[in-house]
Design a protein around this ligand. Structure first.
Ligand SMILES: Nc1ncnc2c1ncn2[C@@H]1O[C@H](COP(=O)(O)OP(=O)(O)OP(=O)(O)O)[C@@H](O)[C@H]1O
Length: 963
């Protein structure tokens, strides 16, 4: 018989057989059809697979293998059910495949609180036994166990029933069923479904025990409980004193197993526990729930400041957990009277204190997530509502991470989204959420009708998670002391950092982590660190991207250095520029100051220009030099009354004596009177700045021509009354005289150049009593007219200006005064012995000159120069006058007729000189000491008298010349 014939015969036989009874109900599945997986029993007969050779058979409804199911051996007490696809503890051994599916468990909270007191162990066994009575897993025909039926009946509104040990049936409430035509759904693929009557022990045995065993073998793992609020997450994780949860049970197992371990390896365990919550929904904060815990900070995936409490037995651990639970943030909602308001994370750390067992350090992390909440269900408001937002947000981020991981695993081209960055919890669990470490999920749900929406949402969201695979890189890396293992461990804050480059920069941190995280001594940490360093090469090869990262790091480092250097250079240039700006500013300030000074001078000059005619006293500038070469500039305007300079202390006093000068034609010029003091204490007065003198001549004049030695001078006054026509370059005042002790009045030597007959001479006299040095200008022409030729010859009077050559000779007489200081005689400056031989001193003719000048504009008023205020002792008074020639319109009109008239008026008797001289000799002369402060006409009259007296004296002297 051919093969085709055999197949045909089998087909005929099957068609002739009566079909198997159909199941009573048909479940409508919205999700992809999920078949109940074959029973885990290896001894179980294979479910007959209908032959696909016949198309007719394919069309038939397959018979339900009820007999086969019934023949499955029920696991006995303490025996784990053998499930082919459920990774058992043995499967998670070192022989287990590195890549595993994410384990997702489902636990259904009982609708009614269990009446019986559930005790750990015993209760679990009882439940086991009670459930063992029922066929497990239940088939669809039975609709779950009898207990579930009872529960359904009791509540009448149960929405979730166990379909089999890996699947559940979610049935909408009647109302929804009818109105929205929502049908029942089967959700399968769970690693295990724990029915409502499952005990804590049972859950632990099947769910966490494999993880704990792996943990004791050095493999880290994480269990996270997720589900709606009030579904029993906290109950599952922590339990109660009567029903200890996963953590206490794990601790018990850990220490139980460690005690029985006789190996040389010594393990120590520690616990850290912290929570992440959000106060009023503003930001997330992490708090250490250990006894002395405080707020924590997180850097990347590392919690800083988290305490690890070393425990030596399970009791210590349970006590620690119990105290932590008291500190945990909880609140009352409609869904849960003690609802967790934070995500709680417990780390049980295992430290192997044997060097040769590298990689056996592991951490078992158990996370109790805050339950997702619906506002309608919880009735939260205000702060609670804000907390709900935070909780739901974290749950959502958690789910997004897993979904992204799944999509990435399905299609590696799809990048792994970094949703983990959106919450502290997911940051902390990054390795798990990226499939790099073993993770287990337990979903808790409530089976009530009112919980349909919450349950439905959770199941829909979580059903794809079962397909997630995690590449257990840790398992291979643990053997090599991989850093990722230790990175996941909580860290303690580092007081300081080591600065190393390249790969080395990572190594010390790893070493630190090891020491800190696992409570190792420095030596131990350094040993682990060395191992890490030794494994660098391995890691480098393990992570091919590391070299690239290192290269990029170097490039960035060099780039940063280059930028830094450029910035430094710019900084230096900026500093230089700033200093330049500073110096320029200083220069600008100086220039401004200078400009102001010049402006001031200009103003002075202008004011001088605009001064009224003959306001001779508007001195524009007075400069006084002291031995210290400082220059005191005195504005000699009328407003400046005086500036004091103490002669002996190198300070000078000067006052404006303009009123003593009377009026003269104003002239815009810059006359200078320079008073300087030599080192030896000699003072010199330099007159300069006559407008008619050009610069050079002025310089000459100031440097060589107008020195006045006024040592010990108590006071003197210089008056320049040269109202006459000084011509350019004509005037070279030479004043030099030793004043000696100045007990007497004294004339100072005067020398002027008289290139023109019209130029008057200048006489300077000094009077002790009046302290005046008078600079007078007299017309030599007048002198000529005043004196007869004989007089001049016999008295050796100075030649007329036209006889300029004789001027030098004339000065010789004055030079005597200069070179031969007269002492002891009160009449030093006007030595009578020499009067017959010397020209008339200007002082003697000055009054006459002033009167003779008789400025037609009336500018010059007679001034009582002989009576300066006594208060001006120790005062040096500088005055200056202007040259009328400078101002053309005010140029004195000295015509010949006027000149001819002058002698008539100015002819003074020699007695006038005598009067003057007598006064110098100390003769009390009321005329010379006018009481009135108004010199005016009275002075003019007095002067006239004096002049006449002089003339008389001259005549007497002529008649009776002194021997
Ligand atoms: N399997 C169970 N058996 C007995 N009681 C349970 C079970 N699961 C939960 N409960 C009880 O239900 C109540 C709420 O449970 P639990 O606080 O663990 O919920 P939750 O999911 O943690 O809620 P939340 O997210 O609001 O914190 C508790 O009183 C707990 O004792």
């Amino acid at each position: 018989m051919s093969l085709r014939g055999e197949v045909a015969q089998v087909s005929v036989e099957m068609e002739t057989k009566s079909p198997l009874p159909c199941p009573n109900t048909v479940t409508v599945r919205r999700n992809p059809h999920r078949r109940a997986r074959p029973t885990p029993s290896t001894t179980a007969p294979q479910i007959p697979v209908p032959s696909s050779s016949s198309s007719t058979i394919d069309r038939d409804i397959p018979s339900f293998p009820i007999q086969d199911i019934l023949s499955i051996e029920i696991p006995q007490k303490g025996q784990s059910p053998t499930k082919p696809d459920l990774p058992s503890s043995s499967s998670s051994s070192t022989d287990a495949p590195v890549s595993e599916n994410l384990r997702v468990y489902l636990r259904i909270r009982p609708l009614l609180p269990p009446k019986a007191t559930v005790r750990n162990g015993g209760a679990g066994e009882q439940n086991h036994r009670s459930r063992a009575k029922n066929a497990w897993p239940q088939n669809l025909a039975n609709k779950g166990s009898a207990r579930d039926k009872n529960a359904m009946k009791k509540s009448g509104e149960a929405c979730l029933t166990v379909n089999d040990f890996q699947s559940v049936i979610l049935s909408p409430p009647l109302a929804l069923k009818e109105s929205k035509r929502i049908k029942s759904e089967v959700y399968g693929g769970f690693s295990q479904v724990f029915p409502p009557d499952s005990s804590q022990g049972e859950v632990y045995e099947r769910m966490l025990k494999p993880l704990v065993e792996d943990f004791l073998k050095g493999k880290s793992g994480m269990l996270a409980a997720s589900g709606p609020s009030g579904s029993g997450k906290t109950h599952t994780v922590f339990g109660s004193p009567r029903e200890p949860g996963m953590v206490p049970l794990a601790l018990q197992q850990i220490f139980k197993q460690s005690e029985g371990n006789n190996s040389e390896t010594f393990r120590s365990f520690s616990i850290s526990i912290f929570e992440i919550n959000s106060e009023r929904g503003k930001g997330e904060k992490a708090y250490d729930l250990s006894p002395d815990g405080t707020e924590l900070s997180m850097q990347q995936s590392t919690i800083k400041g988290l305490q690890e409490v070393v425990i030596s037995d399970a009791g210590q651990g349970e006590s620690l957990i119990a105290r932590a639970m008291l500190k945990r943030a909880t609140g009352m909602t409609n869904a849960n009277s003690q609802s967790s308001r934070s995500q709680c994370i417990i780390n049980i750390n295992s430290v192997v204190n044997k060097v040769d067992e590298v990689g056996n350090n592991a951490v078992l992390t158990i996370v109790d997530l805050a339950g997702a909440e619906r506002e309608k269900r919880t009735g939260n408001q205000g702060t609670r509502l804000l907390e709900s937002n935070f909780i739901n947000n974290t749950s959502m981020v958690f789910g997004l991470c897993l979904r992204s991981l799944l999509e990435h695993q399905k299609n590696p081209k799809k990048p792994l989204q970094k949703h983990f960055q959106n919450s502290l919890l997911t940051k902390y669990l990054r390795d798990y959420l990226e499939g790099k470490k073993r993770m287990t999920l337990i979903l808790t749900v409530r089976a009530g009708a009112e919980d349909y929406l919450d349950t439905s949402y959770l199941l829909k969201q979580a059903s794809p998670y079962m397909k997630i695979k995690f590449n257990n890189v840790e398992e291979s890396s643990i053997k090599n002391g991989n850093k990722r293992h230790v990175q996941a461990l909580p860290r303690v804050e580092q007081p300081k950092r080591m600065k190393l480059s390249g790969l080395e920069a990572q190594a010390p941190e790893e070493g630190k982590c090891i020491g800190e995280e696992q409570g190792l001594s420095e030596e131990e940490a350094s040993q682990i660190f060395r191992l890490d360093v030794n494994e660098n090469a391995t890691r480098k090869s393990d992570f091919p991207g590391l070299a690239e990262k290192e290269r990029n790091h170097q490039i960035m480092q060099n780039f940063t250095k280059a930028i830094w250097n450029v910035l430094k250079e710019y900084n230096q240039k900026l500093k230089v520029a700033e200093s330049e700006i500073q110096s320029l500013k200083e220069n600008l300030t100086n220039e401004k100051t200078r400009s102001l000074e010049l402006g001031k001078e200009l103003e002075d000059l202008k004011s001088c220009c605009t001064c009224s005619k003959g306001l001779h006293g508007d001195a524009s500038l007075v400069k006084i030099c002291t031995s210290s070469e400082s220059i005191v500039e005195l504005n000699g305007s009328n407003n400046v009354e005086e500036k004091d300079v103490d002669l002996h202390s190198s300070s000078l006093r000067a006052s404006n004596c303009n009123d003593t000068l009377g009026k003269c034609d104003s002239c815009p010029r810059q006359d200078k009177y320079v008073f300087s003091q030599e080192k030896g204490g000699n003072f010199s007065l330099k007159l300069s700045g006559f407008n008619c003198v050009d610069n050079k001549q002025e310089s000459d004049a100031t440097e060589s021509s107008s020195d006045v030695d006024i040592r010990n001078a108590s006071r003197f006054c210089v008056e320049n009354c040269n109202q006459q026509n000084y011509q350019v370059g004509d005037i070279y005042p030479k004043i030099r005289h030793d004043l000696g002790d100045l007990n007497e009045s004294k004339s100072l030597g005067v020398k002027y150049n008289y290139p023109d007959a019209n130029v008057t001479e200048v006489a300077i006299s000094y009077s002790r009593s009046h302290g005046i040095v008078r600079d007078d200008s007299c017309s030599s022409v007048e002198l000529d007219q005043l004196l007869t030729k004989e007089d001049k010859e016999s008295w050796d009077l100075p030649p007329s200006p036209k006889e300029d050559a004789a001027f030098t000779q004339a000065r010789s007489g004055l030079d005597v005064l200069d070179s031969e200081p007269i002492s002891g005689t009160p009449y030093r400056d006007l030595n009578l012995e020499k009067l017959s031989r010397k020209p008339l001193l200007a002082s003697s003719i000055w009054p006459r000159d002033c009167s003779a000048l008789d400025v037609e504009d009336g500018i010059m008023e007679p001034v009582d120069l002989l009576d300066p205020p006594q208060s001006q002792k120790e005062k040096v008074t500088f005055t200056k006058e202007c040259d009328a020639d400078v101002v053309p319109n005010i140029e004195p009109r000295v015509d010949s007729s006027r000149k001819l008239e002058k002698p008539k008026r100015r002819l003074l008797p020699a007695s006038s000189i005598l009067v003057r001289d007598f006064s110098a000799l100390g003769v009390v002369d009321d005329v010379e000491k006018p009481k009135s402060n108004r010199p005016g006409r009275k002075l003019a009259m007095d002067e006239r008298k004096t002049t006449q007296g002089r003339i008389a004296l001259l005549r007497l002297l002529k008649i009776n010349p002194p021997p």
